[in-house]
Write a new protein. Structure first.
Length: 147
């Protein structure tokens, strides 16, 4: 089953938090964890993944904290998935035609390849900046209550 892991979901939340506070200075891991309702220990592991991928900068100490390593509009959901997950694989036959003796003439293999391309295209089309703007807009909406 194709499923985005909790780690990737949390990584997106960390990046959206940083993007919504961009320009306010560095954020602590604790602030980010509290805002996004993620256990601090998990945030620390996620930040390590995101740092290795060049998506965030993390610095310890009194003047330390987290910040995006590049513009939020240049970070896509595909970047986050690739930082936290294995490469998107629908079927091993897509990249390894020798995986299956029927691969060369298989009509299903072509569909799997097309499906992977569609998923990658969709993930590439959504930026962290876009998600941050949507988050800020939804926070600005008044909450309707009924009595």
């Amino acid at each position: 089953m194709l499923r985005i892991s909790r780690r990737t979901d949390y990584a997106v939340r960390v990046l959206v938090s940083l993007a919504t506070h961009q320009g306010e200075g560095k954020r602590s891991m604790q602030e980010t964890a509290d805002e996004m309702l993620i256990p601090l220990a998990f945030v620390k592991r996620i930040v390590a993944d995101l740092s290795r991928a060049g998506l965030v900068r993390s610095r310890r100490g009194a003047k330390g904290g987290l910040e995006l390593a590049k513009d939020a509009d240049s970070i896509t959901l595909l970047d986050v998935v690739e930082a936290c997950e294995e490469p998107i694989e629908i079927s091993p036959c897509i990249d390894d035609p020798d995986f299956c003796p029927l691969s060369h003439d298989c009509p299903v293999r072509k569909r799997w390849a097309r499906l992977r391309a569609v998923i990658r295209k969709e993930l590439r089309s959504v930026s962290i900046g876009q998600l941050a703007r949507e988050t800020l807009a939804s926070r600005a909406q008044p909450v309707l209550t009924t009595k």
